[in-house]
Design a protein. Structure first.
Length: 467
């Protein structure tokens, strides 16, 4: 016979049953699943101690063929709804004592270890802890723990003991506002605690009073004074405030000053001859360049505007695969000079990737301005030179600016190898250079499907001198 389950004799009869010689508490239940008989935990259905065919189980000496009859007989044996909880005497006494009203302390002063704390006093404790946490809260990540604050005070004990009134920001003004003035109207005197009029002495703070090197010291003040740098990034002067007139605008987040050239009037202007470039009829990736002389473009004035006026047009065949990108670039070229170590500087890029614009044979007229700031200086050897600054810009086919990069270059003669410059901008002989690039997906027309395409660009340049 497979499994034997029987009643336990004696005092344990009400509490346990015998399954295969092992005692189990009567807190199980018997269930059936088809022709199988199952004993599982009354509280946890997935915990079983028996899962067998009905005819494999002997219940108090009887083997049943009917699963329902076997389940009913087994249920009476393995489950007793009235079975008590068995507790040791010591645990019973502790529970009973804890439930008595006089065993609860409703205060924070009782030191009787046999009493429990009331929920009300638990709330009081939480409020005290929250108050301490609020006091200790700090937005300074380097001093946001109590031990860090204690260590800081110990480390800087001498400096803290030697602090004077003038070292504590705002204290002088706060004390002065509370001074009792001389009733005679003399605002330079006040009455001391003995009723004697004495002069008011308010020491002036100077730059040497401030520490800008060690931010752990109590007299550290960040960003004072304001340093103004020249074009060589050297400190020109220091001040507390700066004021700009209407010709400048200040970007506070970037700490940059931008010149508003629209506010300047034109002193004089020069114009270049018309420069044009054509890629010719091509059906492979192609880049063509052309340049025209401008001559002496800049004067000794610091502000100039280069106005680029150009006309573009595309010509193409009527069958085949069109280009996927057209790129037009305009450069300023130094014929007798270089900018840092390059003879040319990129002013403007126009990128056309819109297929309908590439396939458009209409003429498109555009004007773009490039603002120049040309500052002149001299080296320690009294060599005069200029620095040219402007914004290199990129536009899409619709003339919308998509990128702007600040550029600055030292003006140098062709053979110069120093770190600064040796040439003034008004002595530079310039040319304007055009560059057009056509890009096909099949860059070499290996499939012989590319359309014959020609991109044409015509440019005229005006140079305005501003003041």
């Amino acid at each position: 016979m497979g499994y034997k389950i029987k009643t336990v004799d004696g005092e344990l009869k009400e509490y346990a049953f015998d399954i295969g010689g092992v005692l189990a508490l009567r807190n199980f239940k018997a269930v059936t699943n088809g022709n199988r008989l199952i004993i599982e935990s009354h509280e946890k259905a997935n915990f079983t101690i028996l899962d067998a065919l009905v005819n494999e189980v002997e219940i108090d000496g009887i083997v049943y063929d009917d699963p329902t009859a076997a389940q009913e007989a087994l249920q009476r044996l393995v489950f007793n709804p009235l079975v008590p909880v068995i507790l040791p005497q010591a645990l019973r006494d502790l529970i009973i004592t804890s439930l008595q009203p006089n065993s609860i302390a409703d205060n924070l002063t009782t030191n009787d270890s046999s009493k429990t704390l009331s929920a009300k006093q638990g709330v009081v404790l939480k409020e005290l802890i929250d108050a301490v946490n609020q006091i200790l809260t700090s937005d300074d990540t380097s001093l946001d723990e109590l031990q860090e604050i204690v260590s800081y005070i110990k480390q800087n004990k001498t400096d803290l003991q030697n602090l004077s009134i003038s070292n504590i920001a705002g204290l002088i003004d706060a004390l002065a506002s509370k001074i009792t003035l001389n009733p005679t109207g003399d605002e330079n005197k006040y009455f001391n605690e003995k009723g004697i009029a004495v002069p008011i002495v308010i020491p002036e703070q100077v730059q040497s009073d401030f520490n800008q090197e060690d931010n752990t010291k109590p007299d550290y003040i960040k960003g004072y004074p304001l340093s103004v740098l020249n074009h060589n990034s050297a400190v020109a002067f220091e001040t507390k405030t700066l004021q700009f007139d209407k010709n400048f605008e200040f970007n506070n987040s970037e700490k940059e000053v931008k010149l508003i050239t629209e506010n300047f009037r034109t002193l004089s202007y020069k114009k270049s001859p018309v420069s044009s470039i054509s890629t010719g009829n091509v059906n492979i990736n192609t880049t063509k360049t052309n340049q025209v002389s401008l001559g002496l473009v800049f004067s000794s004035k610091q502000f100039h505007v280069l106005q680029l006026i150009y006309l573009s047009r595309n010509d193409f065949g009527f069958s085949g695969v069109y280009p996927v990108k057209l790129v037009k670039k305009i450069y300023l070229v130094g014929k007798n000079a270089k900018f840092d170590n390059s003879s040319e500087i990129l002013l403007l890029t126009e990128v056309t990737e819109n297929q309908s614009r590439i396939n458009d044979s209409k003429e498109h007229f555009k004007i773009h301005n490039v603002d120049f700031y040309t500052d002149s200086s001299s080296s320690v050897n009294n060599v005069h030179y200029s620095k040219i600054s402007f914004l290199e810009k990129k536009y899409n086919e619709g003339g919308v600016e998509i990128e702007s990069i600040s550029k600055s270059y030292y003006v140098r003669s062709l053979n110069y190898s120093g770190s600064l410059g040796d040439m003034l901008i008004e002595n530079v002989d310039f040319a304007i250079k055009l560059e057009t690039t056509i890009e096909f997906t099949d860059l070499n027309n290996s499939e012989n499907n590319n359309v014959v395409f020609n991109s044409f660009l015509e440019l005229k340049t005006l140079i305005n001198e501003k003041i």
